[in-house]
Design a protein around this ligand. Structure first.
Ligand code: GLN
Length: 197
């Protein structure tokens, strides 16, 4: 039975743990490097990405996470977690650090000027039925590298066409919160990326 960690220094940990347990994997809240060592995959949840990055540094989880991501550990980043996975943030002055690994540029709080939070159904590449997506002060993906597949875009409204889900090999990221409705399909995509040994 594989173990999937959920970064737990800050963010919405519990919903992810519940969903993962429903998929028959062991879910482990990760607060220290020794816990990360037990993980076959990792979820970086929503929360506040600057705080999450700061706490990761204080608890010396940042370099271990970077290394595991670089070594191919399947990782799902949702919302703030997408920001933490991104190689670049479009946010000129801030100089915010990320774990990186995902060859994309994200814009934080990208929907903010229009509306803080909203939800809607999205067609999602690789899933038969649309995903009900909940966006909370969400980022979007401005640019993707050559290796990155776009899995979902906003369907309509002012932000129509904006990229909100991507995959690059072992890395998955969504702008929205796939955990809040109890729909396990995006988490199943993560679990399916764990090599069976
Ligand atoms: N706006 C947050 C950030 O920039 C992300 C919000 C979320 O994860 N729901 O980190």
């Amino acid at each position: 039975q594989p173990t999937v960690g959920v970064f737990a220094l800050q963010g919405d940990v519990r919903e992810h743990v519940h969903l993962l347990e429903g998929l028959g994997v062991r879910a482990l809240a990760v607060r220290r490097p020794s816990e990360l060592d037990h993980c076959d995959a990792l979820v970086l949840p929503g929360g506040e990405s600057t705080t999450m990055a700061k706490l990761a540094r204080i608890f010396e989880l940042d370099d271990p996470i970077r290394k595991r991501i670089a070594d191919g550990m399947p990782t799902l980043g949702t919302c703030a977690g997408m920001i933490l996975l991104a190689d670049r943030i479009e946010d000129g002055a801030s100089g915010q650090e990320t774990f990186g690994g995902l060859d994309v540029t994200v814009r934080r709080n990208a929907f903010g000027r229009q509306v803080d939070s909203f939800e809607g159904d999205l067609a999602f590449d690789g899933l038969d039925e649309p995903v009900h997506a909940v966006f909370i002060r969400a980022p979007w993906v401005e640019r993707v590298g050559d290796d990155v597949e776009v899995l979902a875009r906003v369907a309509d409204g002012e932000a129509a066409g904006r990229i909100v889900a991507v995959r690059q090999r072992h890395l998955l990221a969504t702008s929205f919160h796939p955990e809040v409705n109890g729909d396990p399909r995006v988490h199943r995509l993560l679990v399916d990326l764990i090599p069976t040994s």
